[in-house]
Unconditional design. Structure first.
Length: 228
């Protein structure tokens, strides 16, 4: 499933990749974040570039450097990520949502640093739901880009993993979901990854295990297959 070295099968194709993990501020020095390093999304951007695509990488708090030869848009919050993707998606052929997007954000953001004297022994932060970017892209009228999402799940059962991916593809009207199991040494932060690429019907388009670059090439090949 990995493209032959030097294959330029995405020449003339416009690809948007989101990568990394969003941060939702609580106060000027604190945020709600997640363990996404951005490595898989950066590998996707590199692989798309090498296959000849025009690539926009929208990166949220990347722990790795963005690749050369791609248009890099740094963002931090879900609102910034959404604006970056939604404003560019009408011109895209493929959008891959590899970023880990915070489902919630604080209702209010303190303008000065929160103090424990003021908060006491316990306190709560009220959260409100963020927009679902992938679902919003999926609701757009045709023509729309090929939409690929990710689902990082701690579920161990292979059949249940596929069912969850299919359910997310269905709910968000995405063409493909790359499901990966996350645990110690797998997924977040790790050098290697393992994904099953499914559609809303639960049909498996590809399985890939190996470096994040190998996984990236498998995902792009599957996305190209949808578009063809
Ligand atoms: N996603 C998104 N906007 C959000 C949340 C998720 O675009 N507000 C995208 C992610 O980038 C990913 C896909 O949707 O490509 C699936 O994300 P995931 O967190 O697995 O799915 P959720 O629908 O948020 O379900 P849950 O977290 O409850 O499993
Ligand atoms: Ca989520």
């Amino acid at each position: 499933v990995v493209a032959a070295a030097g294959s330029r099968d995405l020449a003339g194709t416009r690809v948007i990749i989101t990568a990394g993990g969003t941060r939702e501020p609580i106060d000027p020095v604190r945020f709600i974040g997640n363990r996404s390093s951005g490595k898989q999304g950066v590998a996707l951007a590199e692989a798309a570039r090498d296959r000849g695509a025009d690539v926009v990488l929208i990166g949220a708090n990347l722990e790795v450097a963005p690749p050369v030869g791609v248009d890099f848009v740094p963002v931090s919050t879900v609102a910034e990520l959404r604006d970056g993707v939604v404003s560019r998606s009408p011109d895209a052929d493929i959008v891959v949502m590899a970023a880990a997007v915070s489902d919630y954000r604080p209702v209010t953001v303190a303008t000065t640093k929160m103090k424990k004297d003021a908060e006491g022994d316990s306190f709560s932060i009220e959260l409100t739901a963020n927009p679902d970017i992938l679902a919003e892209l999926g609701q757009r009228q045709h023509p729309r880009p090929v939409l690929v999402g990710f689902a990082a799940e701690t579920e161990a059962d292979a059949g249940e993993l596929i069912a969850r991916g299919a359910g997310k593809a269905e709910r968000k009207n995405a063409d493909l979901i790359a499901v990966n199991r996350v645990d110690e040494g797998r997924g977040f932060g790790a050098a290697d990854n393992e994904v099953t690429i499914v559609d809303r019907y639960g049909e498996v388009h590809a399985r890939a295990a190996g470096s994040k670059r190998e996984v990236a090439d498998a995902i792009l090949a599957a996305a190209r297959g949808v578009r063809a």
